[in-house]
Design a protein around this ligand. Sequence first.
Ligand code: ADP
Ligand code: MG
Length: 420
Amino acid sequence: MTFNNLGFSPALLPLLLRAIEEKGFTEPTAIQYAAIPALLSGRDVLASAQTGSGKTAAFGLPLLQRLSDLPMRSGRTTSALILVPTRELAAQVGEAMVGFAKHLPRQIKVAVVFGGVSINPQMMHLRGGADVVVATPGRLIDLIDNNALTLAHVKTLVLDEADKLLDMGFADELARIMALLPAKRQNALFSATFAPAIEALAAGMMNDPLRIEIKPEPETVLPSSIFQRAIAVDAPKRTQLLRHLVQTEKWQRVLVFVATKHAAEMVADKLRKANINAEPFHGELSQGKRTQVLMDFKAKAVQVVVATDVAARGLDISALPVVVNYDLPRSATDYTHRIGRTGRAGVSGMAISFVSAATAAHFKLIEKRHGIKLVLEQVAGFEPVEVAPVNAADPQGTGGVKGKRPSKKDKLRASISKDV
Ligand code: ADP
Ligand code: MG
């Protein structure tokens, strides 16, 4: 498979190819192969594909070809609108679009707008209009309300991570935005799942879409490029073990997931005291700080980022070698999103989960959901001594097999992890 026969115009193909070759793409991914021809032909596309499958280029490249036929917009208008759920994704998608457009004959203006930072520079930047606006829904509406942008000339609408947009409660904002868009436009919707709410959203906004479902093989839901490990350790020893591993395994960059903001601060602090360059990353930090931490991490100026699940979705840190679950994810789905930060685009990565006596049953559930069974390793000097609380309904510790009466603990677990 190559990018040559997907329907790009002969004039633009070499220029787009040059840009993607600079990014190291040699052949299209499955979602790109399926979506690009349809989008280039003008069709609406409704697609689901797993994280890391290359969705950005799947919608971004065709969008650029469509734009190149249009005059540069002026007067607070845009030709293309890409909606994303988070600030980080907005920045990441904007950056990718600028990269793809790098060698095009006409300069493509990409405006990235999101909340949590001052609106004024964003209003200024939109003054002459933009070719592409990448936005989170709330800030987009603020800009429209301030007359900084009109959607009347949008030719292409993309919803990226649409399931997450809905999860984050943006349904009303989306409805408002749809009402402001011209009826005649091209639509692309990308989502990790085709949940009923996504189907309903798509039905309300799309015109005979091509439906694309890139189904990973059940056993490869997690990319095979991720080497998964589990280490048994007592909960109070986890920070020491983490420090030990960072130092002895000489990890240059590690993303560590914890359950709470407090834990993120605490673990980062302890690592710093051991002279490891670590930073916390969570939703209560200022946007400036979050951006700085990510930039430093990408630039390898920060060695360890200790994050809550806000960092688990969509972020693409190229060649991130190691992800550690210091606290286990709440669900099997969160496990996929977290460890999917490594092993991206075929580069191999490692994901390590710390498992204590109290979380062993929960980890078994995650394994069962993914059809995997990891060897529970021990590290010399950190052998666990805690014993699992005895669970009468589950003496073998199978983690609650279907058909058994749920124990108190199963019920508790179910209440905190609805989608395990
Ligand atoms: P998704 O949005 O599906 O999670 P991204 O668009 O963020 O995935 O792409 C994930 C990673 O794969 C990025 O680093 C991107 O540069 C890389 N990538 C995308 N398409 C290709 C390709 N055809 N060949 C190699 N790498 C690719
Ligand atoms: Mg994406």
